[in-house]
Write a protein that binds this ligand. Structure first.
Ligand code: NAD
Length: 424
């Protein structure tokens, strides 16, 4: 691949272009710019795991810690064949911006294993997750770097990582490390409302956008890409406003119904069949026609790099609300602007997950259990405050919402670096 082509496909280069654009506009201090344009630590671990048939397989895992000026490193773990150092760098950097915009005391990190989890048994996945946690060792920790679920990982995997981590610390320290991961099952120290938190945050942002635009959500139509944790919760919650879900795409195909798709029943179906293909009452359409479907709102909730120079022109929607991380690249952003499509960028729109992870972490540290009403109302306040900060920056600097979100994050980090200075 030529250097230019490699750059085009580099998710991290895309982040750096977004970052430089915002840094130029807000005139970010050059020293802070050079610090934030690099990741702090990049950990790559290769580790062996015994398979069910007795063979040993080697796996490669990553943890990239971008920055911890605002608090411990924080970010999800992804199990996917496309996981690589470039992608993890990008995802870690987005976490730093996300925590800063949400005004929570965290830095940014991300990790994962290059693996197709559907090819392994549950017992193998447990051993892979535990061995990965063991290989990471003290590179993660409850006051240092706190993983959470992401693509193809869930509460069960977090529980295995927690148990492995706790097994490696002295017995007196075990309870004190229950907040080493968030997104745990409730019984293992998780928070109510964490499972739906990212989708809930997406929905709160869409509600606020509708209010700002005098737009009646009960008459809206919407399409969703990805029907895992983020996609399915976003769809179920937006549908509760009366909005009609008309198309869904995931790794098994694309389904469409102009009469509307029952978001709740589809979630049950996906839990059983592992994909949306074949959902009764819908027609299968060609994957490449998905983005051309006319609707009011598009919620990307799968992987990055979906809205590019080649694809964004197809969109016939009023709003893109990014549930996924990095679904739009810089060329896609330009086209959204030209077409007058509103954008609620990932670092704001999907921040509900890390916000409720923060609530889980706080509850663990204080041995408290909040009820759903408390979690949801605190989430609402935090994410809408972030929304208003981004909106105000977009107006002040006359920029698109992604650039505005970056400006909010960078301004907060700039203050901290200036106050604290650089050691020594
Ligand atoms: P998930 O594993 O629960 O679901 C992923 C979904 O993406 C699945 O429906 C899968 O079929 C779909 N998908 C995979 N490849 C696809 C393809 N080529 N085309 C169409 N669909 C495809 O993952 P998730 O936790 O819902 O994460 C989804 C996105 O949201 C990711 O970008 C993730 O980083 C981001 N995110 C997740 C959280 C969280 O709390 N889980 C928080 C913030 C952001």
């Amino acid at each position: 691949m030529s250097a230019a082509k490699a750059e085009k496909h580099s998710v991290y280069q895309n982040v750096i272009r977004q970052f430089n654009n915002a840094a130029d506009i807000m005139k970010l201090d050059p020293d802070v710019r050079s610090i934030l344009s690099k990741t702090t630590n990049e950990i790559i671990v290769n580790f062996p795991v015994k398979m069910d048939d007795g063979r040993v397989e080697m796996f490669t895992g990553y943890r990239v810690q971008h920055n911890n000026a605002l608090g411990p490193y924080k970010g999800g773990l992804r199990f996917h064949p496309n996981v690589n150092i470039d992608e993890v760098r990008a995802l870690a950097t987005w976490m730093t911006w996300k925590s800063a915009i949400a005004d929570i005391p965290y830095g940014g990190a991300k990790g994962g294993i290059q693996i197709d989890p559907s090819k392994y048994s549950q017992a193998e996945l447990e051993r892979i997750s535990r061995r990965f946690a063991y290989a990471l060792g003290s590179n993660i920790g409850p006051e240092y770097d706190i993983p959470a679920p992401d693509v193809n990982t869930n509460g069960q995997i977090m529980a295995w990582i927690l148990d492995t981590f706790q097994s490696t610390v002295p017995p007196q320290m075990r309870h004190a490390s229950v907040h080493v991961v968030t997104g745990k099952p409730i019984e293992a120290g998780g928070s109510v409302g964490r499972n739906k938190a990212t989708g809930q945050g997406v929905c709160f942002c869409i509600e606020q956008w509708a209010k700002d635009h005098n737009f009646d959500l009960s008459k809206a139509t919407f399409i969703v890409q990805g029907y895992g944790n983020v996609g399915s919760w976003s769809a179920k919650l937006v549908a509760r406003h009366g909005a009609k879900l008309i198309a869904v795409q995931d790794h098994t195909g694309t389904i469409y119904s102009k009469n509307g798709i029952d978001a709740e029943k589809l979630a049950d179906y996906v839990a059983e069949k592992r994909g949306v293909a074949g959902f009764p009452g819908t027609e299968k359409i060609d994957d490449k026609d998905f983005l051309s479907i006319e609707a009011d709102i598009f919620i990307p909730a799968a992987l990055e790099g979906q809205l590019t120079e080649e694809t964004t022109g197809k969109l016939k929607v009023k709003l893109v609300a990014e549930g996924a991380n990095g679904p739009t690249d810089v060329n896609g952003d330009k086209i959204l602007k030209e077409k007058g499509i509103d954008l609620i960028p990932d670092v704001l729109c999907n921040s509900g997950g890390v916000i409720v992870s923060y609530f889980e972490w706080l509850q663990n540290k204080r041995s408290e259990f909040w009820d759903l009403e408390e979690v949801d109302s605190k989430l609402y306040k935090k994410i809408i405050a972030g929304y208003q900060r981004v909106k105000a920056a977009a107006e002040k600097y006359n920029v698109d919402w992604r650039t505005a979100a970056y400006i909010v994050a960078l301004a907060r980090l700039e203050i901290v670096f200036k106050e604290r200075g650089i050691f020594p």
